[in-house]
Design a protein around this ligand. Structure first.
Ligand SMILES: CC(C)(COP(=O)(O)OP(=O)(O)OC[C@H]1O[C@@H](n2cnc3c(N)ncnc32)[C@H](O)[C@@H]1OP(=O)(O)O)[C@@H](O)C(=O)NCCC(=O)NCCS
Length: 172
């Protein structure tokens, strides 16, 4: 397994990982990520990836990819929330490991790699996690993220509302 900064050549694998998320949501009501109800089109995926690459090239974002035997098996990105210059010191983290590859240290390796790359770019990294996503919560706590509040009824799935637990970590 290799973890490194994402590059243009990863597009196909990263797009496949993103689409895999929709398959997960369809079969697992407790899946830990929030997503749009509609699968993105190839064009939308290309725009999203292009925008991510632009943010990386401009020094506003970091993104680490994990590959195993040529397959993209995980991704961790840290990006500002929106395009406001005044909020650029805060990065928002998202991480995802492909089903079948979880529980083998890939998520932790991705987070460590991305958090390392954050130094000098962000002063603080924040994230939100659904309380039912105990595995992700434990991973974040292990890497030094601390809770700082909740966002009540932040999203709904299957007719039920869920809070977000908000976590943050200072970057030295
Ligand atoms: C959450 C996720 C990224 C974790 O990645 P992973 O590769 O499975 O996690 P790792 O194997 O690196 O685990 C690292 C640590 O996280 C914690 N952890 C991860 N999954 C766990 C689980 N299912 N139960 C308990 N602890 C878990 C443990 O503390 C573990 O360290 P340890 O083995 O020394 O105890 C992965 O499960 C995933 O992609 N889930 C679906 C998408 C998602 O929920 N993303 C996060 C949204 S907030």
């Amino acid at each position: 397994m290799e973890v490194r900064p994402v590059d243009w050549g990863d597009f196909e694998g990263v797009a496949a990982l993103r689409l895999h998320r929709y398959d997960q949501i369809a079969i697992d009501p407790n899946f830990g990520m929030v997503s749009s109800p509609v699968r993105p089109t190839p064009g939308e995926l290309a725009s999203w990836f292009g925008e991510l690459q632009r943010a990386i090239l401009e020094g506003h974002a970091v993104c680490s990819v994990a590959r195993e035997d040529g397959t993209v098996v995980g991704l961790c990105s840290i990006r500002p929330d929106g395009h406001h210059v005044e909020t650029r010191h805060v990065g928002v983290l998202g991480v995802e490991v492909r089903d079948g590859y979880r529980g083998r240290g890939i998520g932790e390796a991705l987070l460590r790699h991305a958090l390392d790359a954050c130094r000098g770019r962000f002063e603080e990294v924040r994230l939100s996690v659904i309380p039912i996503n105990a595995g992700a919560h434990r991973l974040y706590a292990k890497l030094g993220f601390e809770p700082y509040g909740t966002a009540p009824r932040a999203f709904q799935r299957g007719g039920k509302y869920h809070d977000f637990l908000l976590m943050r970590k200072r970057i030295d």
